[in-house]
Design a protein around this ligand. Structure first.
Ligand code: CO
Length: 161
């Protein structure tokens, strides 16, 4: 904040063009919210609201290694990921048993996943698994433990692969 801001007059505000910088001028290109993961009991029930809103819900897809079935709902530049457990020992089933349906994780795309993980590990950040996993569609990802993120399960996906 500028020092003389206390006596700022309305006409001394930054011009609009300054305040609304286009995305391409973001100081950290390559980072974005890739998707928001929501744990649900039933994909069929959960996706209905988005279909009714006129959003294009993807086909259902199963990820055996995570024991989930999911759909993606593109919303602007990001997506919602609705997750339903395919087995009682799925992390999604355990999450719902403990906390009910709801926000499960936030996924951030990073320009270089290996570099990001190296930096985090160096700083003692706790990862859910040590190694990069490969998910549906070949995307590479890692989960950061909520203990290191203020209570939010954070998925990082590689934007550089
Ligand atoms: Co996800």
């Amino acid at each position: 904040m500028e020092q003389h801001s206390r006596e700022m007059k309305p006409e001394s505000r930054e011009p609009k063009a300054e305040r609304q910088k286009p995305r391409s001028e973001s100081p950290e290109p390559g980072f974005q919210i890739d998707h928001i993961g929501i744990a649900v009991k039933s994909l069929t029930a959960a996706k209905r609201i988005y279909e009714n809103l006129g959003l294009a819900v993807s086909q259902e897809e199963t990820v055996p290694q995570e024991k989930v079935r999911l759909v993606m709902v593109p919303v602007g530049e990001s997506r919602l990921e609705l997750l339903e457990a395919t087995s009682d020992d799925s992390t999604i089933a355990k999450f719902i048993a403990k906390r009910g349906e709801g926000l499960h994780h936030i996924c951030m795309r990073v320009p270089d996943l290996a570099a990001a993980i190296a930096k985090l590990k160096q700083d003692g950040v706790r990862l859910v698994s040590e190694d990069i996993k490969t998910g549906a569609g070949g995307h590479r990802y890692v989960f950061v433990h909520p203990q290191s993120t203020g209570g939010v399960l954070l998925e990082l996906v590689d934007g550089g692969h």
